[in-house]
Design a protein around this ligand. Structure first.
Ligand code: GLY
Length: 566
């Protein structure tokens, strides 16, 4: 009986949560000094407290990331990876720190292929320790703290440790994720111990208090001993022993040799706005910029947001970008990614010229370059009183990652290995197909779609955008930006507006609820296959009014976040 009630409450609250996305948007949050926008309220408030107590955007980012490890551990945490974009006002530069997981050093391209059948062994890259790459988030946080942080490292972890220790009430979103991932989590005793009441086969539900004492201990050690403790100590040894006992691939030297890497941002321009986004090993920045630049000559605002003509043009540009993604994109430290060619104006002009205004096209594959080629994850956006900005997208990949909690430490391990093409042509969890460029290799970073993005206008801090959602991250960031710049929506309307998505394969436009049925009929008349589905992604965006300097924030109504400013 109790079980039925628990399920009922969760499903009803989920229905309410989903429908919330398509009621009128509330007013955006507004502030004059600083703001943190994140997909989970408590973490956003912890970030805001850092800003108010004198910390800068980087300090607030570390405090928010540590808190999200506790309150939204199904999406991100120290057992996963992240990308961080920093706009540092003093130098007027955008910097990129890559804390993506790395494939184990003993991995090769056939890691998940059955030697006898030549087929991919289902599940190995998605569930259990075999799915885990070397975590990168601790190294990335340390790197940004050493370079730009101003508050003591330990101060940034204290609120997260307290939260893990005393617990928090499980939100609707969290409860739903637990239910969806129940069958994976229950397989692992260490995960069952954290996420299920003793002896119960259903996980904790909406409103239950989740106390994570082991995670508190883990974060306390990271706070006291620093990141070297994570990669190079008895903790790393115990982690590796556990992985080895369970037939995983991580070894001591994977942990010892991990480094977060600084990279150059992808830069593009649309209607006078300078867009800085994530370079490879993410595909995000390249494709956001490719699509915007293919769209720029079209007068989208004439057709309007959500019209069939706008959606047609979005779908046509998206499918061209995703066809390129599947062929050219991979870890730039292992394969040659032709960034300049993919962003070459003549190339994009030629790609655009193959589009027809009133007819869907079929794309056989990637374009020919000049001279050559869950909603999981979490994003937060931060600006401080000095105009420093952080866009950070962080992930353990799918909900609850590998579903394995490291015994005694409460830490969920990622399943980021599934972002590789386990075999060219075999789709991953997100239905993405890849090629050689994203084949597994020792120490290689799997291709990502995470697209933390920073926007400047006339050199001034203007926008911070990002979202979870696998490949839908790219199209979510794109549409949020267009909703503001092209369609004149405020930042809250921009994150709430129904979205569309096309990723080349399958050749279908995915359309959220809220787009009227006559629009769908018009798209079908143009030759598109359309599939109307539930909601996705969770955009977290800050936009600064250039005249007044007012900071506005929009947290996606599809999730339970907060735009917290002062
Ligand atoms: N794991 C999702 C991404 O990195 O795109």
């Amino acid at each position: 009986m109790q079980t039925t009630i628990k399920l009922l409450i969760t499903f009803v609250s989920t229905a309410l949560l989903t429908s919330q996305a398509f009621t009128a948007s509330p007013k955006p949050a507004a502030a004059n000094n600083g703001m943190v926008v994140a997909s989970e309220k408590i973490a956003a408030e912890i970030g805001l407290e850092q800003l108010k107590s004198g910390g800068n955007a980087i300090d607030a980012a570390i405090a928010t990331a540590a808190a999200l490890n506790v309150t939204e551990g199904y999406s991100s945490g120290m057992g996963g990876g992240c990308f961080v974009l920093v706009y540092w006002a003093e130098t007027d530069e955008v910097y990129v720190i890559d804390g993506r997981e790395r494939a184990p050093l003993k991995a090769d391209r056939d890691l998940y292929v059955d030697k006898n059948t030549g087929e991919v062994i289902g599940g190995l890259s998605t569930t259990g320790v075999t799915a885990a790459g070397t975590p990168g988030q601790p190294a990335a946080l340390e790197k940004i703290h050493k370079r730009w942080g101003s508050s003591p490292w330990a101060e940034l972890f204290a609120p997260a440790i307290a939260l893990a220790d005393t617990g928090f009430d499980i939100s609707r979103t969290y409860a739903l994720r637990l239910l969806y991932t129940r069958e994976k989590l229950i397989q692992f005793p260490s995960s069952r111990e954290v996420f299920f009441p003793p002896g119960d086969t259903l996980p904790y539900g909406f409103g239950d208090r989740l106390i994570q004492n082991d995670l508190a201990g883990f974060l306390q050690n990271l706070s006291d001993k620093g990141v070297d403790w994570f990669y190079n100590s008895d903790f790393a040894d115990k982690l590796v022993d556990f992985v080895k006992q369970n037939n995983g691939y991580l070894q001591e030297n994977d942990m010892q040799s991990y480094e977060a890497v600084e990279r150059q941002p992808i830069h593009g321009n649309f209607r006078g706005y300078d867009i800085y986004s994530m370079p490879p090993p993410s595909s995000g920045g390249i494709h956001v910029v490719q699509i915007l630049e293919m769209l720029e000559p079209f007068n989208l605002s004439y057709w309007g947001a959500g019209s069939s003509e706008t959606i047609h043009l979005l779908a046509e540009t998206m499918k061209r970008a995703f066809a390129d993604r599947s062929f050219y994109l991979g870890d730039p430290d292992h394969v040659d990614v032709p960034i300049a060619g993919l962003l070459d104006q003549d190339y994009l002009d030629r790609q655009r010229s193959t589009m027809k205004p009133y007819q869907a096209s079929t794309i056989q594959g990637h374009g020919k370059l000049p001279g050559s080629e869950s909603s999981q994850t979490t994003h937060f956006s931060i600006i401080d009183k000095d105009g420093n900005m952080v866009a950070m997208t962080s992930t353990i990949n799918t909900s609850f990652g590998s579903a394995v909690v490291v015994p005694g430490w409460g830490l969920l391990l990622n399943n980021q290995m599934d972002d590789f093409s386990t075999q060219p042509g075999v789709p991953n969890y997100y239905g993405l197909v890849g090629s050689e460029a994203n084949a597994i290799d020792a120490g290689k970073r799997p291709l990502s779609s995470m697209s933390p993005t920073i926007v400047l206008k006339d050199g001034k801090p203007t926008g911070i955008l990002g979202s979870p959602g696998g490949p839908r991250i790219i199209t979510t960031v794109l549409q949020t930006f267009l909703n503001i710049v092209e369609f004149g929506m405020d930042v809250q309307e921009a994150v709430d507006f129904p979205r569309v998505h096309h990723q080349w394969k399958p050749d279908v436009i995915f359309i959220e609820q809220g787009i009227p049925v006559d629009v769908l009929a018009n798209l079908m008349a143009k030759g598109h296959e359309v599939y109307q589905t539930g909601t996705w992604s969770s955009a977290q965006c800050i936009w600064v009014d250039q005249d007044s300097g007012l900071i506005t924030g929009g947290t996606d109504s599809r999730s339970e976040g907060k735009a917290a400013g002062y």
